[in-house]
Design a protein around this ligand. Structure first.
Ligand code: SF4
Length: 334
């Protein structure tokens, strides 16, 4: 049986109706699960009691040296473990949520990719990460999560159906209520997933990892580029921004000597000129088994300058968070 956290609001209404309970009680159930626990009428309470929340155990909890980032290792009932990350910034908190145990995409610089793929997470297992982090924030007297990035372990669009269900629950204003515009889905460039996401028209922020300006260069870092090459990927991004009227975020992990030269910046800028995109530069975070390094700060700024001047598109440098506890991009490995 599905957990308590697997029910979208409309499915909850249907299920209550099937149990002979008026659908209008769904609001109280959502409020009790995700906001404040209140007294439910006995029949509704009985419906709730028949479902279990997702069982999770906190195996490890590490805080970064500046105290702003916290990484939790959570274990599910079947013994599988995932990492979930809480990032604080000026009183606002962002969750970095996992969508799979391991990952099938095999990006060479990523610790999760090195684990291989074990299984997809259910919608409820994604929702439970949010519920867990909100409970943690409340215990510290802090405001609930403001933003969510689907950038933890796994390729979220490879687990499309559960992702959509999970995000529908997370963004429902009657429950957790994090608006779609505050939810970002990060993909390695899973084109069928991007197309389905455009069709769904939910308005989530899309972030696409590029990392190389030619198929050869990108393919050396991201093996699935063979299947989903750059030209097709950029076309899928164009269609996504046209449908959603939102810019697509292009993530570029900067690796010293591999993709950080002025020539790389110029070719990237040429590729993106005139497109509805925003470039986000991410100096490489160290991972075991990958012998790459981040460039110097000066190189990063120069790379940023060349793109801005060549293509006149916005370019930002992502703040590096939680690197000392392995909570940065590409570092999650359980
Ligand atoms: S970077 Fe993302 S898609 Fe690539 S292996 Fe790591 S988790 Fe998977």
């Amino acid at each position: 049986m599905d957990s308590l956290y697997d029910f979208t609001f409309s499915r909850l209404e249907d299920s209550l109706r099937d149990a002979g309970i008026k659908a209008l009680h769904a609001k109280e159930v959502y409020r009790a699960i995700y906001k404040v626990s209140g007294i439910l009428v006995p029949a509704v309470q009985a419906w709730v009691d028949q479902r279990q929340p997702v069982e999770t155990t906190v195996v490890r909890d590490i805080a970064s040296s500046d105290g702003e980032t916290r990484k939790f290792l959570l274990r599910f009932a079947d013994g599988q473990e995932i990492e979930t990350v809480l990032m604080g910034y000026r009183g606002r908190s962002t969750a970095c949520i996992s969508s799979q145990v391991g990952c099938a995409m095999g990006c060479v610089f990523c610790a999760t990719g090195k684990m291989g793929f074990t299984r997809h997470l259910s919608a409820g297992e994604m929702v439970t990460q949010i519920k867990f982090l909100n409970t943690h924030l409340a215990s510290e007297g802090k405001e609930p999560l403001r933003n969510v990035v689907m950038m933890g372990m796994g390729e979220p669009l490879h687990n499309f159906k559960e992702l959509m269900t999970g995000l529908e629950i997370i963004s429902d204003p009657r429950g957790i209520g994090i608006a779609p515009s505050r939810i970002s889905i990060s993909t390695v460039g899973h084109i069928p997933g991007i197309q389905k996401l455009a069709e769904a028209g939910k308005g989530y922020q899309l972030s696409v990892s590029l990392h190389g300006a030619s198929d050869d260069e990108r393919g050396a870092l991201i093996p699935v580029n063979k299947r989903w090459p750059i030209a097709d990927l950029l076309e899928a991004c164009r269609a996504y921004s046209e449908k959603t009227e939102r810019k697509v975020l292009i993530a570029w992990t900067l690796i010293e000597g591999a993709n950080d030269s002025d020539d790389h910046a110029t070719r990237l800028a040429e590729l993106l000129k005139g497109r509805q995109v925003h470039v986000n530069l991410i100096p490489l975070n160290p991972t075991e088994g990958f012998d790459g390094h981040p460039p110097s700060e000066e190189r990063v700024l120069e790379f940023q300058r060349v793109i801005k001047e060549t293509a006149e598109i916005p370019v930002t440098v992502r703040q590096r968070r939680g690197i000392d506890v392995g909570a940065g991009c590409g570092q999650l490995a359980g």
